[in-house]
Design a binder for this molecule. Structure first.
Ligand code: F6P
Length: 540
């Protein structure tokens, strides 16, 4: 695989960076006030203002050339048509097929993928309707009041984030809870106050071999059986998986299993069957509206010229800051309390995808990869870590996400929230100089403390309202942004080999913690020492 950093496009950007590095956003806006108008793009319901970036039209032109050089156009086509672009696992990558409209045609490896997707979607819809309409009842004849999703990683973060985001649309009086951690406190806390007779468990696991999920599911099963007996399981447990054999082995009737396929990565899966708990909570119509939102951005990404392509621009700006400015992280700051799990969701989506040090062909990467995503909803973040964003020594590009309309706002608070979002982006970009601060009569010894350096870049994404459709659009935007970055870096964003070793070691260490006799020579000296201390603390 070519070394992208040796290309003339990369060299051009390096040269250009030397020039931009010395410029401030104040200067760029003074010289070109029209940039605010020009440096924006619309995709579906999303509006992106990227004028507060340390970039000019020339920067964007050079970045687009880099994307062309990296073969982005071809890579996009290959993904959408189902080529096996996940080379290390020899799989197609077709999360975009999960949101194809009914009647669409997509055949991959001789299989009618679009037809399969809609068959599962129809089954999910029918099941969700039965639960919501109280036709599906528990073993004692009572309707379901709570759905407990048991899953982890992509089988948890997506539906959990989306359920929180769309809580205002959960209109059937059915609550969803999400259990993921192997820490017993998670399941115990989530089961607290629940009545087994009105609880439905959705065991969600692509592989159905994940230790956390299977252990939590086993304990939950016992909780149910202790209360209602073995025969109740069929009415209170359903599964979402690609592995029918393991589902049956666990004791869930595969008639109550909702499937998906190896071409859906875990972190790209909540718009398929992994979204079952969400579908029950918000209803199939809203779920399909969310899929439409995803599809709108898929089409935008697939067809819009790179210069007007929102995921392409955001991905390329990620490369710009990571590889030319040396930025390590990107803050995601939703000004919407309902999106409080969005940064956590993005952490898996982006970091499990692009946290790699070898390229798709196994050779070492040529530059830094994998932005560290983090964040909290505004305004809470303002009273916690924004100090560092404004005056710290590190460059932290930020994505601000806001909405014009709240779901409900009887006391008129939403405009205050939005004013804060706008104020922060402005303060970050333009800051306040020592002269301006001194001119306000500030004592000289305080002036340096109050200087706001500015020149801190941000994107602002504005949407009309946090609806299912808009949520789908937002998620698809970040999914494709990850793909753009991964393509420029030459890596395969769709495998995750780095999570395997820890899982294997944990399996090996379990007996060392619990065995009667303390084992010898079972791990490295530091880990052995910790095991001995743990055993002592546990009285073993
Ligand atoms: O942690 C690795 C991982 O494989 C993720 O990619 C995945 O989302 C998660 O575990 C859960 O996997 P599964 O859905 O197979 O239980």
């Amino acid at each position: 695989m070519d070394d992208i950093t040796l290309s003339k496009e990369w060299a051009g950007l390096r040269e250009h960076h030397r020039e931009i590095e010395g410029r401030t956003l104040r200067e760029l806006f003074d010289e070109d006030p029209g940039r605010a108008e020009r440096m924006s793009v619309t995709a579906g319901d999303l509006f992106l203002d990227y004028s507060k970036h340390r970039a000019t039209g020339e920067t964007l032109g050079l970045l687009v050339e880099l994307a062309e050089r990296a073969g982005l156009r071809d890579a996009v086509d290959r993904m959408f048509r189902g080529d096996h672009i996940n080379v290390s696992e020899d799989r197609a990558v077709l999360h975009t097929a999960l949101r194809l409209p009914a009647g669409a045609v997509l055949e991959v490896d001789g299989q009618d993928v679009a037809g399969d997707v809609h068959a599962v979607l129809d089954r999910m819809s029918a099941f969700a309707e039965r639960v919501r309409s109280k036709e599906w009842r528990g073993a004692t004849g009572e309707p379901i009041a709570t759905v407990v999703n048991i899953g982890i990683g992509g089988s948890d973060l997506g539906p959990a984030m989306a359920y929180e985001a769309l809580a205002d649309y959960a209109d059937a009086g059915i609550e969803a809870r999400f259990v993921s951690n192997i820490d017993p406190a998670d399941l115990e806390g989530k089961l607290r106050g629940l009545d087994p007779a009105t609880t439905l468990f959705v065991v969600s696991s692509k592989t159905f071999t994940t230790i956390e999920t299977l252990t939590n599911a086993r304990v939950a099963r016992k909780w149910l059986v202790d209360a209602l007996g073995e025969d109740a399981v069929g009415k209170h447990f359903v599964a979402v998986s690609t592995n029918a054999e393991k589902v049956a082995e666990f004791g869930i009737d595969t008639a109550n299993m909702f499937g998906f396929w190896d071409w859906v990565g875990g972190r790209y899966s909540f718009d398929g069957a992994i979204g079952l708990s969400l579908t029950v909570a918000i209803g199939p119509e809203r779920f399909r509206e969310m899929l439409d939102g995803f599809h709108t951005i898929d089409e935008h990404f697939r067809t819009a010229p790179f210069e007007k392509n929102m995921p392409v621009l955001m991905g390329l700006l990620g490369v710009w800051y990571t590889d030319f400015f040396g930025a390590q992280t990107r803050a995601v700051l939703p000004y919407a309390q309902r999106l409080h799990r969005f940064p956590a969701y993005l952490q898996q989506l982006t970091m499990e995808s692009n946290g790699k040090s070898v390229k798709a062909d196994g050779t070492p990467v040529d530059c830094d990869t994998g932005e560290i995503f983090w964040g909290e909803p505004g305004t809470n973040g303002q009273h916690a870590f924004y100090q560092l964003l404004h005056q710290g020594t590190r460059l932290v590009p930020a994505d601000f996400i806001g909405f014009a309309e709240p779901f409900a706002d009887p006391a008129g608070m939403h405009d205050i929230l939005t004013a804060n979002l706008l104020a922060q982006t402005s303060a970050l970009a333009f800051g306040k100089t020592a002269e301006e601060i001194a001119a306000e009569g500030t004592p000289p010894e305080l002036v340096p403390h109050k200087v706001m350096p500015g020149n801190r870049p941000s994107s602002t994404i504005l949407a009309p309202k946090l609806t299912p459709r808009v949520l789908g659009e937002l998620v698809a935007l970040y999914e494709h942004l990850v793909f753009v970055e991964g393509t420029v870096w030459g890596i395969n964003p769709f495998d995750q080999w780095g999570v395997e070793l820890g899982k294997k070691l944990a399996l090996g260490l379990q007996p060392a913690l619990t065995s009667e006799e303390p084992p010898e020579d079972f791990a490295d000296p530091s880990t052995e020492n910790l095991v001995r201390r743990y055993r002592r603390l546990r009285g073993r």
